[in-house]
Ligand binder design. Structure first.
Ligand code: 4NP
Length: 156
């Protein structure tokens, strides 16, 4: 079965949609079959399209995205193989929600990238457009490392 990966941030309109879009795009380019989705720990943006600044940044890099916001649910921990948090607050919230026995599916995105300059993908919501470009750079590098790791996992 192809691996299923869920990216999680707070609002599900900035960082995790960026990760979902970039990782899907890289996997598709590499011919690696997987199922990818994203969700938020919060409920403010359920049903909303991604933030216009997220969409503009993705467009600049030629990455398509059409998803809508949704909130993380308990079933996600059963249905996905990897539940990947954008920052340590999301990571803590996910570990609190995770049904017993599923905690090992929860990780921090930038931990997958040994060269990542920091541990958290910073929340760009209240900042300027440069914050979105920074999110893109961090997410793109970590997604490349994650793809290598998941291809190795799938080959075992
Ligand atoms: P995200 O950014 O977690 O990267 O999607 C945020 C978007 C919206 C809010 C917080 C963070 N908000 O509070 O509405």
């Amino acid at each position: 079965m192809p691996p299923r990966v869920l990216f999680v941030c707070l609002g599900n309109i900035c960082r995790s949609p960026m990760a979902e879009a970039v990782f899907s795009h890289l996997a598709q380019e590499a011919g690696f079959e997987c199922e990818v989705d994203s969700a938020g720990t919060g409920s403010w943006h359920v049903g909303d399209p991604a933030d216009p600044r997220t969409l503009a940044t993705l467009r600049t890099h030629g990455v398509p995205y059409h998803g809508r916001g949704r909130q993380v649910r308990r079933e996600d921990f059963m249905e996905f193989d990897h539940v990947i948090a954008m920052d340590q607050a999301n990571h803590r919230d996910l570990l609190r929600m995770a049904p017993p026995g599923t905690e090992s599916k929860v990780s921090l995105l930038l931990e997958w990238d040994p060269k990542a300059p920091r541990t958290d993908v910073p929340d760009p919501y209240y900042g300027g457009p440069e914050g979105f470009e920074e999110v893109y750079r961090l997410v793109d590098a970590a997604s490349r490392a994650l793809l290598v790791a998941l291809r190795e996992e799938a080959a075992r």
